[in-house]
Design a protein around this ligand. Structure first.
Ligand code: ADP
Ligand code: ZN
Length: 210
């Protein structure tokens, strides 16, 4: 089963991808997490990506497509995968088709912009494993410590309010057209993001029949 989670930044793609991943036993592939790890490790991809990410702009398609291609070639993806944060542009979606990747379902998590702004302000992520939390809606058990791996949980630089506005604008301009792209291919299911993570999970799992 190859799945795509689509939605604005902070819509809950990463959180729901974690839920589906453990339920179906297929890996979650977050291009954002891969890019952040590349930046942290100072790799060549990371050096190219950093300035774009800090500004809340998209990293160029060729970089992200290269990263994604390498990742899905790994053996743990043989039974399927969940893409979280890819594709984010129509050319990225076309690249998947060119690679011969068959997507079974695309789940759009729809959340109004006003809610997105509140959510991103309170978002925290684990520096080590990328797990995401929210100070109010999905807190860690111990403050600042990841429930899953014990890593340090921090606020992302690009969750600053000015950057959030740019990321939202970029979403509407570059990524939202993918809703129609996948609707036209008969693959799209839209789920309304709920305030409780578990309520959204029920809808998302229904949508993938898991
Ligand atoms: P969010 O979904 O909260 O915006 P991500 O962790 O998915 O956050 O992405 C963080 C940043 O990484 C994006 O703002 C962008 O700069 C970069 N990025 C991640 N995935 C892609 C992609 N598919 N194409 C271009 N840039 C990407
Ligand atoms: Zn962690």
């Amino acid at each position: 089963m190859n799945l795509i989670l689509l939605g604005a930044p902070g819509a809950g793609k990463g959180t729901q991808a974690e839920v589906i991943s453990s339920k179906l036993g297929i890996p979650q592939i977050s291009t954002g997490n891969i890019l952040r790890a590349a930046v942290k490790n100072g790799t060549e991809w990371g050096l190219k990506a950093k300035a774009f990410m800090d500004a809340g702009d998209l990293v160029p398609d060729d970089v992200v497509i290269g990263i994604l291609k390498d990742r899905i070639a790994e053996s743990d993806c043989a039974k399927g995968f969940i893409l979280d944060g890819f594709p984010r542009t129509v050319p990225q979606a076309e690249a998947l088709e060119t690679m011969g990747v068959v997507i079974d379902k695309v789940i759009e998590i729809s959340v109004p912009d006003e809610d997105i702004k509140n959510r991103l302000g309170g978002r925290r992520v684990c520096e080590s494993c990328g797990a995401s939390y929210h100070v109010e809606f999905n807190p860690t058990k111990a403050e600042g410590v990841c429930d899953k791996c014990g890593g340090k949980v921090v606020q992302r630089a690009d969750d600053a309010p000015e950057t959030v506005l740019n990321r939202l604008a970029t979403y509407h301009e570059a990524t939202a057209p993918l809703v129609d792209f996948y609707k036209g291919r008969g693959k799209l299911t839209t789920v309304i993001g709920q305030s409780e993570v578990s309520d959204t999970s029920k809808l998302v799992l229904d949508a993938v029949n898991a």
